[in-house]
Design a protein around this ligand. Structure first.
Ligand code: PEP
Ligand code: MG
Length: 886
């Protein structure tokens, strides 16, 4: 096996499509070298070594050391320097690079190769002893932290003491001599803490750093990140060793990061930040507030610090040329890291840039119209689940804004919540169902769990590419970063601005689109769907085969569904029409009536309400298919609780409260989800199904008249297990259709179908659809089908399902994403058997899975006709359906 791949000098042994072996960073460094771009030479130790390392008790393949030596010598040749040399030493960086980007999760060591001798050589070569000793102390700090496990603050303390003693406030005030003295103290500190002197042998340093990077693959924050992003542990990380270039070699040196397009908005303009006379991590760490790259951006930001365009025009022009090359080559927006060493530009990284959903849409659509990608590719580029972000609320422009502070608009959307100052607190309150805004001076990878728990993130330090900003954008959470006028006091748990102090628990609203921090809860509005959204959706609609309907119970749901492109209603849960206070009363009367007469009296009250609901639905849907399901209430959701409610029902029915109590006790069930629900109600109390059928048909006749369009209701019978159940209910529905047709003097066109939500129904699908009077359509109720296939109660699963997913007993929550192997098999069987007897049988799905991208892909594969999901998820389903078809 080959364990090490070199790059540099206009060529490389690897290339972009070798990410699995070289990691993202290594593969792209190789690719850039192949493109002839200025990349400091280096080499990548493969992810296979990482796998070997963990499989062999943290040891290396025996050929590795030799391969590293050869590669190191090659880097020396390309740079004209020698590793460990006392005159012209080669210094290197050592960085991790996994297959998938894991920003800030693993470790990096810069300036490796420095020791008491090479630092002198560096001082001489650069003619800048201050720079040399500053680099050395950075190296000691980083190496000690990453490799030796010593805390940063050990060195920070020494530095602060030194600054105090000399009356300095900024690091830049320190002289060469100061750094030299500090280096002595730093090394002493290392020896004190570690019991051994700081390693002087560059080779020992190198292997120490390589081991630490491989070791960091298993650190706690990397594990958390992998879990949250579904990155398998088996992938491992690569290690990149690369010749150092210095952004801190004076005022003609700099380091920065740039996106070829704006990662928040998608706007096609180079976008980024840089720091003069600084080293790599300074920008991302958000310790100094960076400068803008372009003049335009500088003006827009109202900054008085010069842009890169002004300060280093040659390097800027080179960067502009390179970013054009990279975008065309990769056919995507790139996220670049660069360093300028004495006016010479070096590229340290390129990768597909993380972006908000909004930016992703704009970029995909624009790349397609620029001809760089096809429309279908644009469709494939958007993660369907990310569309959720676009459907996030923003602040009502008419709302009053009590602005506390303004920071950077780091991640769009708005959120309100109680302020908390630690990630632990954020998580604890979230568990109690509270909404929080996580406020930090800056965030670090240790805050990932808190950021997840929070509605939004607010930092007082750091730029648009700070940790907080990058991570929040990835999570689709609103973030305001660098709100510098806020003072955070972690001890007192307060945040102060302009003399006003807010305590933990007080409510603020952050607006991640403007950077504003507002006092209190502010009114939000639903998002407007942008032009690019509509364009991309139209491309998706062209590509997909699956129909997309929505589960809509109310007129307002139906309107939302239409707005988001639903092509019909796949499930109207009629019992949900009764949750309003004035209606639930009548339903309780109906349920609790102990004789048919009382039940009919209650039904008579319900009929007009149902009818007008249906008329409205049919009118809104203007002839699009509407599937109405007969009453399917888990009864316990409707039973009265407490004496007051019981008394009310008793009065309405004209009976004693005690009687109602008794009746409620009779109806109480141990297992309501498997109890008296679904078609069992229609069979026991046919008058209920009749009332509903009447309401549906009368409404259909009325809406057909008012809209001038034929209305063909699809009446759906829930929870059947046998053909006999279906026949009984269907007979009532048909009879009612005939009656209404006669009364109104109209012909009624309608279909009667069934839900398939019990394993038996799947198995008996052919019987259920067979012949005259068979079901005219199927809709898979995968919520109940999952419940009944697994034997896991949908309402009680939470207590153990989390353990199951955490331990990998099930790959994902089967109520969220369909269990292809088991539940999916039953769906397949149902489709096959149903279509065997009725080849054109229309089949859909209306369980929650209809809005889950992976489940939508499954539905496409098993040739369903449509999916039906909650109205807000219809765009997700449309896109997922398109991707499944492409
Ligand atoms: C289902 O069971 O999947 C379904 C859609 O019905 P409900 O969720 O109303 O039981
Ligand atoms: Mg169901």
């Amino acid at each position: 096996a080959k364990w090490v791949y070199g790059f540099g000098g206009g060529k490389a042994e690897g290339k972009a499509d070798m990410k699995n072996l070289l990691g993202g960073k290594g593969a792209n460094l190789a690719e850039m070298a192949n493109l002839g771009l200025p990349v400091p030479p280096g080499f990548t130790i493969t992810t296979d070594v990482c796998t070997y390392f963990y499989a062999h008790g943290e040891s290396y393949p025996k050929e590795l050391a030799g391969e590293v030596d050869t590669a190191l010598a090659e880097v020396g040749k390309l740079t004209g320097k020698t590793f460990g040399d006392k005159v012209n030493p080669l210094l290197v960086s050592v960085r991790s690079g996994a297959r998938a980007s894991m920003p800030g999760m693993m470790d990096t060591v810069l300036n490796l190769g420095l020791n008491d001798e090479t630092v002198e050589a560096l001082a001489k070569k650069s003619g800048d002893p201050r720079f040399a000793y500053d680099s050395y102390r950075r190296f000691i700090t980083m190496y000690s932290n990453v490799v030796l496990g010593l805390e940063h603050h050990l060195f920070e303390d020494i530095l602060e003491e030194h600054k105090d003693a000399h009356g300095y406030t900024l690091d830049t005030e320190l002289t060469a001599d100061d750094w030299k003295k500090l280096v002595v103290q730093y090394k002493a500190r290392v020896e004190e803490e570690n019991g051994k002197p700081f390693p002087q042998d560059p080779r020992e340093q190198l292997w120490g750093a390589i081991g630490a990077v491989f070791g960091s693959w298993m650190n706690a924050r990397a594990k958390t990140y992998r879990r949250l992003h579904n990155i398998p542990e088996s992938w491992g990380t690569a290690v990149n060793v690369q010749a150092m270039v210095f952004g801190n070699m004076g005022d003609d040196s700099a380091t920065g990061v740039a996106f070829t397009r704006n990662p928040s908005t998608g706007e096609s303009k180079l976008y980024g930040e840089f720091l003069i006379n600084a080293q790599g991590e300074d920008v991302v760490a958000g310790i100094r507030t960076p400068q803008e790259i372009t003049e335009d951006a500088r003006k827009e930001a109202g900054s008085d610090k010069p842009s890169l365009e002004k300060a280093m025009p040659d390097a800027f022009n080179e960067l502009t040329r390179i970013y054009g090359t990279l975008e065309k080559h990769y056919r995507d927006m790139q996220d670049l890291e660069f360093t300028i060493e004495q006016n010479k530009l070096w590229m340290l990284q390129t990768r597909s840039g993380k972006r908000t959903a909004k930016a992703a849409l704009k970029i995909a659509v624009e790349l397609a119209s620029e001809g760089l990608i096809t429309e279908d590719e644009a469709v494939m580029r958007i993660d369907p689940a990310s569309l959720d972000q676009l459907l996030h609320p923003t602040i009502d422009p008419k709302a009053e804004r009590k602005i506390l502070a303004t920071g950077l608009p780091a991640s769009p959307g708005a959120a309100s919540g109680e302020i908390v100052f630690t990630s632990e607190e954020a998580e604890a309150l979230k568990e109690k169902g509270r909404k929080v805004i996580l406020v930090r001076v800056e965030t670090s990878p240790e805050d990932i769990h808190g950021m997840h728990a929070a509605e939004g993130i607010l930092t007082t330090r750091g730029g648009m590419t700070s940790h907080a900003a990058v991570v929040a954008r990835g999570m689709g959470k609103p973030c305001v970063s660098g709100a510098g006028s806020l003072r955070v006091d972690y001890n007192a748990k307060t945040m102060t601005v302009a003399g006003q102090t807010l305590k933990q628990g007080e409510i603020v609203t952050i607006d991640g689109s403007t950077g504003q921090v507002l006092l209190g809860q502010v009114k939000m509005i639903e998002p407007e769907l942008s032009g690019e959204f509509a364009t991309l959706m139209s491309w998706a609609d062209k590509a997909r085969r699956l129909g997309v309907r929505a589960n809509a119970d109310t007129p307002s749901d139906a309107r939302t569904a239409l707005k988001y492109g639903a092509e019909g209603i796949g499930l109207c849960r009629t019992e949900h029409m009764f949750f309003e206070a004035d209606r639930i009363q009548a339903v309780r009367e109906m349920i609790l009536a102990d004789n048919e007469k009382a039940r009919r009296a209650a039904l008579a009250k319900i009929l007009p309400m149902q009818r007008s609901d249906f008329v409205e639905l049919f009118e809104i849907m203007k002839g699009l298919p509407v599937t109405i399901r007969l009453l399917d209430p888990p009864l316990h959701e409707f039973l009265p609780h407490g004496d007051a409610e019981i008394a009310e029902v008793a009065k309405a029915i004209g009976t004693e409260p005690q009687k109602i109590k008794n009746r409620a006790a009779e109806l109480a069930e141990f297992n309501p989800m498997l109890g008296f629900r679904g078609c069992r109600i229609a069979i026991a109390y046919p008058e209920i199904a009749e009332m509903q059928a009447r309401a549906i048909f009368e409404a259909a006749a009325e809406a057909a008249k008012s809209t001038g369009k034929p209305v063909v209701p699809e009446v759906m019978v829930p929870l059947i297990a046998t053909r006999a159940e279906f026949d009984i209910v269907k007979a009532r529905i048909d009879a009612m259709a005939e009656a209404v047709s006669k009364e109104k003097g109209v012909t009624l066109d309608y279909q009667v179908g069934t839900m398939i939500e019990l394993p038996r129904a799947s198995l008996m699908a052919d019987k259920i659809a067979e012949g005259e009077g068979g079901a005219e359509f199927f809709s898979f109720g995968t919520n109940d089908l999952t419940q009944t296939t697994f034997g896991i109660s949908r309402d009680d699963a939470a207590s153990f399902l989390a353990t199951y997913t955490a331990r990998g007993i099930v790959p994902v929550d089967p109520f969220v994403s369909i269990d292809r192997d088991g539940v999916g098999e039953l769906v397949k069987i149902g489709v096959e058997r149903g279509r065997r007897v009725q080849p054109k049988l229309k089949v859909g799905i209306c369980g929650e899975h209809g809005g889950d991208p992976a489940s939508v892909a499954f539905c496409h594969e098993v040739a369903l006709d449509y999916v039906s999901c909650s109205p807000f998820r219809t765009p997700i389903a449309r896109l997922a359906a398109a991707q499944a078809a492409l």
